[in-house]
Ligand binder design. Structure first.
Ligand code: DX5
Ligand code: ZN
Length: 231
């Protein structure tokens, strides 16, 4: 189990007419990295936000974005995210026609390179890409919409990725995205996730900052308990 698991608010569920305010609010609650979902209406059946929206948030200090690109053939679009406030950029293994080159480009541009796996995509598929990835995003719902139910079969995939990392002496981060609430967060934390994305649970709360603090407080508590247990 990771001892430094962090929670990333997913802006997909934030009110878009007050995005800057929501980011500031989450920052005051302790968030530092924000998950940013980009959808093209083709790879997934929904259309969301893109680089111009990232630019509108660029003057918020100490605020980094983890971009999740859900677009068909992302080779062209990855270039649009070469922006200072982008910490990491994940592309889907199911759609890139030259994924190694795309991942290398992301790294060369100074971002963390990420590969995202849809629920049916197996860990074996990601194996040849390991030298190119800094993070692996396990989708625990079919991408496209917030507020879906967590798919339990994602847990075995997280465990397999954690074992593989250990066995091969690698250091990629394992991220989990979709259907996270207090209960499923505990499961994915135990399975070995390092970064946990949550949208609906945080932003549907009447007080999103409190919801963020409640969830991240639990992560800290579990981490301390795990440390005490292993001491
Ligand atoms: C779904 C997106 C997720 C989404 C998760 O396609 O990739 O990032 O915001 O939202 P929740 O936490 O509501 O499942
Ligand atoms: Zn996402």
């Amino acid at each position: 189990m990771s001892c430094k698991t962090i929670l990333l608010p997913s802006l997909l569920s934030a009110p878009f007419d007050r995005l800057g305010e929501s980011v500031q609010n989450m920052k005051s609650a302790g968030a530092s990295v924000f998950h940013f979902d980009v959808m093209d209406g083709h790879f997934v059946p929904n259309i969301t936000i893109g680089p111009l929206v990232l630019d509108s948030l660029k003057n918020i200090p100490d605020c980094a974005f983890d971009v999740h690109l859900m677009v068909t053939n992302p080779s062209r679009q990855i270039k649009w995210f070469d922006r200072e406030n982008v910490r990491s950029l994940s592309i889907h293994i199911e759609t890139s026609s030259d994924i190694k080159q795309d991942l290398q480009w992301i790294r060369d541009s100074g971002k963390r390179s990420g590969v995202a796996l849809n629920p049916p995509t197996t860990v074996e598929k990601v194996h040849p890409l390991l030298p190119y990835v800094d993070q692996i995003l396990v989708m625990s719902v079919y991408p496209g919409f917030p507020g879906q139910t967590f798919l339990n079969e994602s847990l075995a995939k997280i465990e397999a990725l954690a074992e593989l990392r250990e066995r091969e002496g690698l250091s990629y981060l394992i991220q989990v995205d979709g259907g996270i609430n207090e209960e499923t967060m505990r499961w994915v934390n135990n399975a070995g996730a390092d970064e946990i994305v949550s949208g609906n649970t945080i932003f549907s709360d009447p007080n999103p900052a409190n919801a963020f603090q409640r969830l991240s407080g639990l992560l800290k508590e579990w981490s301390l308990a795990a440390k005490a247990h292993s001491a």
